[in-house]
Design a protein around this ligand. Sequence first.
Ligand code: FAD
Ligand code: FES
Length: 274
Amino acid sequence: MENPYVPIEAVIKDVIVENPIIKTFVLKPEEPLKFSPGQFIMLTVPGVGESPFTPSSSCFETERVEVTVLRQPGGKVTSALHGMKPGDMVGVRGPFGHGYPLERFKGNEVYVVGGGVGMAPMRALMLALLHEAEQYKRIILRYGARNPELRMYKELCKSWETDPRVDVVYTVDIADETWTHNVGVVTTIMKPEDIQDVKNAFSIGCGPPIMLRFMVPVLLKMGFAEEHMFFSLEKNMSCGMGLCGHCRIGNLYVCKDGADLSYDKIKDFPDVWA
Ligand SMILES: Cc1cc2nc3c(=O)[nH]c(=O)nc-3n(C[C@H](O)[C@H](O)[C@H](O)COP(=O)(O)OP(=O)(O)OC[C@H]3O[C@@H](n4cnc5c(N)ncnc54)[C@H](O)[C@@H]3O)c2cc1C
Ligand code: FES
């Protein structure tokens, strides 16, 4: 992309209703969009504004990129997006930031933990891991939602239940009569026995800040090394390129330095989960 401030056009090819507050938009950008899992794009709704979103689709498909969007109450961009339909145009800048360090994960157990709409980037990560599953010792997913209705990617998640390449456990905070999995917050399905070689294992977490905060002591108790614990921080962003300072924590710019941010790098900043 020549000028990083100028978006390219992307047409909405499909809109998938995940649940009453979350939709997945299938975009066809005017030129292929290469990204690594964990990187984000700035998406413009013409005449409304621009916001950051992390692709939720496979990074091996560059001509068709999906973003999964939670409609924020009163949110300008997310509400406008939720009103859009196939054929409408949006703008895309990016990708920005670093992806997760997949090369470091290779040969080891990878512990993926998603909560709420935070499962969106974790889907892109899972698809990348499963694309070359033989490179990883084990792939483990723990995914929590508020209730069964608010879960996303229901078909895909169902298929993973019987996929021998992945160890999955699902949970909801509040169950209904259809729910056959765990009930409780995400940390209730994170157990030391999930991991065989914790010293060398990597964890990646994405979800609401409160979930990430409560995950930390659980991961440490399980025995994960601080420098192997990665978190996606969703800080307020503007330029996406380390120039405006909107996303700064301490000496780090989340837009530029994330998502390759391990716990040892962020733990001393008091506003890290804010
Ligand atoms: C790197 C990054 C990746 C993201 N990826 C996704 C994604 O894949 N899917 C998705 O649904 N959302 C994602 N978000 C959050 C998304 O960018 C915001 O929800 C969006 O900018 C809100 O825009 P809006 O104009 O609708 O709301 P605004 O009008 O800007 O705000 C409406 C309300 O939403 C709150 N809000 C705005 N931004 C955030 C935020 N970052 N975190 C929590 N609350 C916020 C505001 O405080 C306000 O209460 C990501 C954020 C970042 C920084
Ligand atoms: S968004 Fe501008 S410095 Fe990060």
